[in-house]
Design a protein around this ligand. Structure first.
Ligand code: 16G
Ligand code: ZN
Length: 532
């Protein structure tokens, strides 16, 4: 059954260092790229087993550390429908990654037995990496894992995280009635650009969009997408240098822009007043828009602003199509959503708050007919339930106006990458809405005004002492702390603050917002002081 000798021989080429402890968290395994070799080898085997467990369906493996510094790297598994790995397997992944070398085979056999994996099933894995220098050797380690267990591997090369998710879904739905698209990068570009052309046809010419590519994989992929879009949406690409060591995510990218609330220095002098621009992150699954306002202030249009714009547009289309009774649109946010966005949205449609992390948002969004989800940090997408897709395809419109709205909705289902947040697909989505509404960045921004906010990280002796409830909006422990935070918040106009342990760093994060900038800052620092 299990090719033990073969696995042992390969495993010796990828020994685990004794002192290292790995953990499959919200972002998969993520740490310094140079220490991940054994992890990638073992992930290759794990992905193959996941495929066998799911009857030979193709599993995805993405090698990236997203917005982290260039020296970091990481790896995530993608389930057959293009979704995040099932939660129960996160623990299995950690256990296998941490088994000492001499116990690895035993751990593997034990896992196969308890998880009841039928080894006679085929195993298929598709994998990709971003532009990080450590990626190349990590791919080799992964491939050794696949060879060791005899799995069929498909190398998708250097591409974005959302394209890998797309490929997984496209491969697994091929030839079925839910066929998602052609299973190639070309198929992805075709599908999206065609839908985009249809959605903006007959509208005024769109002004070029400045895109900060974070010096990452978004650069070559945006370049390719641009060829498919031609004149319908011209891109001006910046920070598109994937060759200079150390440039990735350095002073650029969506995370830089969101956390510093500043434009990338390389765009200063480029950005004209009122001109819209955006930043991708290192693997192109997050998106931030921004512009310089009439007073010269930098203004962010973050995930909340995108969610608002998109949700309102879809609600309108559903109404226009005469489907308001049967298609319910909802929005999913996290505690980080700006209070003003939640207020604006809640007055118009159902809004749910869930804990941080894409899997929570995605899952909650699936409960709606159309679920719009975005994290404030710019990760998000829109999900159309299977029954909604069918309704949209088969509904008979009774007026020309209904027919047009219905056509737009059907094109949106093709434009949007429904597997995961996709910065480039989201760019097209935003541009479609702006074109339909004839909004500039300024008009988009004026839908509501963000409350000033501040995010601080606090290094604490033990972040596990911080337990939360109510979608991370309240602390359960340390005892008594939440009451103090509540008291403090009451003293600030529009004051809101919460504390949660980070899932990706050894810190506790403190968020605060208030009506005045100075008050938001003060509240954040005072809560941070209580946490420490
Ligand atoms: C991970 C999550 C992201 C979340 C972030 C929060 C996924 C794929 N990514 O990057 O959604 O915003 O963690 O990090 O789930 P934190 O726990 O350190 O604040
Ligand atoms: Zn990312």
């Amino acid at each position: 059954h299990l090719p033990k000798e073969q696995i042992e021989a390969y495993s010796e080429l990828h020994p685990k260092a004794r002192h290292l402890l790995f953990s499959y968290g919200t972002a998969g395994f993520r740490t310094l790229g140079v220490v991940l070799d054994s992890v990638l080898f073992r992930v290759g085997i794990l992905a193959a087993l996941r495929s066998k467990k799911l009857d030979g369906k193709t599993i995805g493996v993405m090698i990236t550390a997203s917005h982290n510094p260039e020296d970091d790297n990481g790896v995530k598994l993608v389930d057959p429908r293009g979704e995040m790995l099932e939660v129960a397997w996160e623990q299995h992944a950690s256990t296998l990654a941490n088994a000492p070398n001499e116990e690895f085979l035993d751990a593997l056999e034990n896992f196969i037995r308890t998880t009841r994996i039928d080894l006679s099933k085929p195993a298929r894995v598709v994998y990709a990496r971003d532009t990080r220098p450590t990626g190349e050797s990590l791919v080799k380690a992964l491939e050794d894992g696949l060879k060791a267990i005899g799995a069929e591997g498909r190398d998708a090369g250097i591409t974005t995280t959302p394209i890998l998710h797309y490929l997984v879904k496209a491969i697994n739905t091929k030839g079925t009635k839910e066929e998602y698209g052609e299973d190639s990068e070309d198929g992805y570009f075709q599908k999206m650009s065609e839908a985009f052309r249809k959605l903006v046809s007959g509208r005024p010419r769109i002004q070029p969009l400045i895109i900060d590519c974070a010096n990452g994989v978004g650069a070559p992929i945006a370049k390719k997408l641009s060829q498919y879009l031609g004149e319908t949406l011209p891109f001006a690409l910046y920070n598109a240098d994937t060759a200079t060591p150390g440039a990735l995510n350095n002073n650029c990218g969506a995370d830089y822009v969101k956390t510093t609330q500043r434009p990338p220095p390389s765009l200063i002098g480029v950005l004209q007043q009122g001109q819209r621009a955006c930043s991708l992150d290192g693997d192109a699954d997050r998106l931030m828009y921004y512009f310089i306002d009439e007073r010269g202030y930098f203004t962010l249009l973050d995930g909340d602003k995108i969610a608002t714009l998109v949700a309102a547009f879809i609600v309108d289309l559903v109404k226009l199509a005469g489907l308001a009774e049967s298609i319910k649109v909802g929005v999913v946010q996290t505690a980080y959503a700006n209070g003003s966005s939640t207020k604006y949205l809640s007055e118009r449609l159902p809004v749910r708050c869930v804990p941080t992390g894409v899997k929570h948002l995605h899952h909650a969004a699936e409960q709606f007919n159309v679920g719009v989800y975005f994290e404030a940090n710019g990760h998000g997408t829109v999900l159309f339930s299977p029954s909604t897709l069918e309704k949209l395809e088969t509904h008979e419109p009774s007026t020309p106006a209904q027919s047009t709205a219905l056509k737009h909705l059907n094109n949106l289902t093709q434009l949007i990458n429904q597997t995961v947040g996709d910065a480039l697909s989201d760019v097209l989505l935003v541009e479609v809405v702006l074109a339909h509404k004839a909004y500039s960045a300024i008009e988009w921004n004026s839908l509501y005004s963000d409350l000033p906010n501040r995010l601080v990280k606090v290094h604490v002796p033990n972040r596990n002492a911080f337990k939360t409830e109510d979608a991370e909006r309240r602390l359960v422990t340390p005892y008594g702390l939440q009451a103090k935070i509540d008291d403090l918040c009451k003293r600030y106009d529009g004051g809101r603050s919460f504390v949660r342990p980070s899932g990706t760093e050894d810190v506790v994060r403190v968020y605060a917002e208030a009506v005045l900038r100075s008050q938001a800052d003060e509240l954040a620092y005072r809560v941070a002081g209580m946490v420490y």
